[in-house]
Design a protein around this ligand. Sequence first.
Ligand SMILES: O=C(O)c1ccc[n+]([C@@H]2O[C@H](COP(=O)([O-])O)[C@@H](O)[C@H]2O)c1
Ligand SMILES: Cc1cc2nc[nH]c2cc1C
Length: 340
Amino acid sequence: MPNSCQSIDTARVQARLDNLCKPPGSLGQLEAVAQRLCLIQQTLAPQTRPRQVTVFAADHGVTAEGVTAWPSAVTAAVVRVMQTGRTASGVFAQSLGCDYEVVDVGLLRPLPPCGDTYIDAAERRGSGNLLHEAALDVADFDHAWQVGVQRAAMACEAGKRLLIGGEMGIGNTTSASCLIGLFCKCDRNLLVGRGAGIDDEQLERKRAVVDAAIRRTETLKLSDAKRIACQVGGLEIVALAGFFAEGAKRGATVLVDGLIATSAALVADAIVPETSKSMIAGHRSTEPGHVVALAKLGLTPVLDLQMRLGEATGALAALPMLDLAAAMIRDMGTLDELAW
Ligand SMILES: O=C(O)c1ccc[n+]([C@@H]2O[C@H](COP(=O)([O-])O)[C@@H](O)[C@H]2O)c1
Ligand SMILES: Cc1cc2nc[nH]c2cc1C
């Protein structure tokens, strides 16, 4: 018998999975999810509770280029609905027993204070237009990163075992596509999608903007992740990156959402190497760049429900699968117990 002080490695988890009261492999991908939970948490009895969703919101100067179907004012308008818990991520979080908070890291205009699950942490209001200039300066980056670090630190100190980060920011798929292009050096045609719903003409414009922004910045060294994020990032993306890095550092399991959250995961992993080892990808978004970013991080998404909303909804959709996987490996009887 392995002794419990030994580290939990793939072989040890697989031995437990294969000894559960079922034909080996018969729970399919749930077994892969259980593997991942055990390796991240270094236990054969992983936990998916208590859990928290933190949504970071900010506006983007690149909306001036006609790359999105929605005006920037919609970011704050959706955040107001988030404050009432009635967005998709709010109702998913409620129904799955997650604490939920919304953090303004850069809305164009501040919203009135609203309860203790809404935090106004913005210093800069909106990012620069990444087509022509750095979206953020280093001080903006440092502040947003620290906001994310602080939210993760507070969650972990309150005992949260599983952290889910979400975002809200009209225009942020342009930023995410640029980040993915710069970190993953892939074919440009694989990067750009329709975001929150653009027509063919807007899609062409968005492709040209992403292409030009990448050309403007591609001489930056990949090792200089902070400068890359300053050039084409967004305040909510940087905050998410800090949130992921701190959550991973403190031993939390980090459940990652769609295109934008995964671009933040790339930033986190580049700045704090091995952050991705604590991550599980909740789903695959319909945005084409998402596949590229997931591959770079070595993450296999749990679900593909053709979702493209963001806000943490894809991660939340996958959460019941994590609950089942954890219950399976933690609580099932074993083949050894079979009397036959
Ligand atoms: O997470 C995703 O995969 C995702 C894909 C498409 C759109 N979104 C959401 O839509 C908004 C950005 O879309 P856009 O077209 O304005 O760049 C932003 O609020 C995101 O949360 C999110
Ligand atoms: C209504 C709306 C809700 C969203 N949630 C995340 N991105 C969004 C974009 C829009 C437009």
